[in-house]
Design a protein around this ligand. Structure first.
Ligand SMILES: Cc1cc2nc3c(=O)[nH]c(=O)nc-3n(C[C@H](O)[C@H](O)[C@H](O)COP(=O)(O)OP(=O)(O)OC[C@H]3O[C@@H](n4cnc5c(N)ncnc54)[C@H](O)[C@@H]3O)c2cc1C
Length: 456
């Protein structure tokens, strides 16, 4: 019987347990799985607050549909009938204190329709001409990796990076896109540039013309997904231990001993570390190469979800929310009008406005009190959303050091690290948001691939 220990009970750890068990069953292998989670609940950053008919996400709110592994797991758990897609309203960029529509047809801020680009007041005429130069600039010389900011600056110019691409990406990374690895964050753009030369040409040929919903979640919130995953694991005999953190990992001749915060020891043949990289570094003390000087620290973010009577709020524009231009003097980085984006999130007649704070260089802000953060959010919204009454209630969620910052060259570094670990710590594996992508489907994909590697 193979003993698998999984450290960390976020989406990566839980889906690792699910796929290891599923594949072992398929191959007729016997496996004992123990999942250790430091806090008293599983789910990690996935956390839903259900109150008075509201479904409010404290962390992630949905799966990106384009990446199949999230919805595939929803299906395997038998939850497909509970899926709901986002409403495809307009979204905006806040620039010079006004909301400007994101040019229709843009992909990650890269325009695909010349007419909507020319009509947009987000860019100056020079900025628009510079974007259109993309048709004429030769392909960039072959490169292994570069920063997202540098890549788009070279193809499309700095204005579109500052006012469209950077704010759209800040919701995912909350970092400096001039330090963020293109290869890990947006690898598809490297392929498009290689194949078509022009990004606009490539995207306009490969992007569906009709606007469709891009995201999906469950009507009861993402915690229902976590609950179903947990139940399925318990049913399969996976030993889930919450309130137990792993303090150290000792290497034995052909296995490992995990030292637990309870004082107990756990033996394992295979260990999946589904924790943030800074935790991994502390656990694998003989692997000094895990430490990176070139990586910016993970950034901290907070969300402030405020609930109102719908009659008391009036949006300046119809839509589902906005992101804030890189050069705008605001503390919030984005605002989602959740009741407009998701049909299930608020009871009839109620509105939820969710604001985000925290970015590279300004993430201390999350240490402010709930009252201060709510006031900052309301102040930042004034002039954009007219609000007549105080929120019925507000839910502030802090996520310290939650957003990994992948530096340029991350994939190469990770490949080297994995090769060295295979020698120094055979059968110890790294997975999760610190490594191969931050989105929920990325985490699930890593878990699935790892399970395939372990259950051969
Ligand atoms: C505000 C916010 C909004 C987001 N929105 C989206 C979205 O809409 N869609 C999307 O796809 N992604 C979104 N993300 C990203 C996504 O939520 C995360 O990348 C993902 O949940 C990370 O999962 P994980 O399992 O790798 O890590 P985590 O969820 O961080 O789980 C790691 C777990 O390890 C545990 N742990 C740590 N140390 C130890 C130890 N020593 N022993 C045992 N356990 C330990 C922790 O307690 C934690 O539970 C968002 C993230 C944030 C913060």
């Amino acid at each position: 019987m193979m003993n698998v220990a999984i450290v960390g009970g976020g989406i990566t750890g839980l889906s690792s347990a699910f796929h290891v068990y599923r594949l072992a069953q398929e191959k007729g292998q016997k496996v004992k799985i123990t999942l250790l989670e430091a806090t008293n609940r599983v789910g990690g950053k996935v956390q839903t607050e259900k109150r008075e008919g509201f479904v409010i996400e404290r962390g992630p709110d949905s799966f990106l549909k384009r990446k199949p592994e999230g919805l595939e797991l929803v299906d395997l758990l038998g939850l497909s009938d509970q899926l709901i897609e986002n409403q495809t309203g307009r979204s905006y960029i806040l620039k010079d204190d006004a909301l400007h529509p994101i040019p229709e047809g843009s992909v990650m801020g890269v325009p695909t329709r010349i007419r909507t680009l020319l009509q947009s007041d987000l860019l100056s005429m020079d900025g628009k001409v510079r974007v259109l130069n993309d048709f004429f600039i030769p392909k960039l010389p072959d490169f292994e990796d570069m920063s997202v900011g540098e890549f788009f600056k070279q193809r499309l110019g700095v204005e579109v990076v500052d006012h469209i691409i950077s704010p759209l990406l800040s919701g995912i990374y909350a970092g400096d896109i001039y330090k963020l690895s293109l290869k890990i964050a947006l690898p598809q753009f490297i392929e498009i540039e290689k194949k078509y030369g022009s990004l606009i040409k490539g995207l306009s040929q490969t992007t569906p013309k009709k606007k469709t919903s891009q995201f999906a979640t469950l009507t009861g919130g993402l915690s229902d997904f976590i609950e179903a995953l947990k139940k399925s694991l318990e049913h399969s005999g996976v030993d889930i231990q919450t309130g137990v953190s792993v303090a150290a990992i000792e290497k034995e001749a052909n296995s490992y001993e995990l030292l637990l915060s309870t004082g107990q020891r756990l033996a394992a043949d295979q260990v999946i570390l589904a924790v943030p990289h800074r935790v991994t570094e502390k656990l694998l003390t003989q692997a000094s190469y895990l430490h990176r000087e070139d990586a910016a620290p993970d950034t901290s973010v907070a969300t402030i979800a405020m609930v109102f009577n719908q009659d008391d709020v009036r949006m300046d524009k119809e839509g589902t929310g906005f992101v804030v231009s890189r050069l705008e003097d605001k503390a919030i980085t984005a605002s989602t009008w959740t009741h407009m984006k998701w049909g299930h999130a608020a009871p009839k007649g109620k509105a939820i406005i969710r604001c985000y704070v925290g970015k590279a260089g300004d993430d201390d802000i999350i240490n402010q009190s709930d009252e201060t953060l709510t006031k900052i959010a309301l102040d930042n919204l004034s002039g954009i959303v007219s609000i007549k009454a105080d929120p019925d209630f507000a839910i502030v969620s802090r996520w310290p050091l939650a957003m990994p910052q992948y530096p340029v060259g991350h994939s190469k570094w990770l490949e080297d690290v994995r090769a060295k670990l295979a020698v120094d710590y055979p059968h110890v594996y790294l997975a999760g948001a610190s490594y191969d992508g931050v989105g929920l489907p990325d985490c699930i994909k890593q878990a699935k691939q790892l399970a395939e590697q372990i259950i051969q």
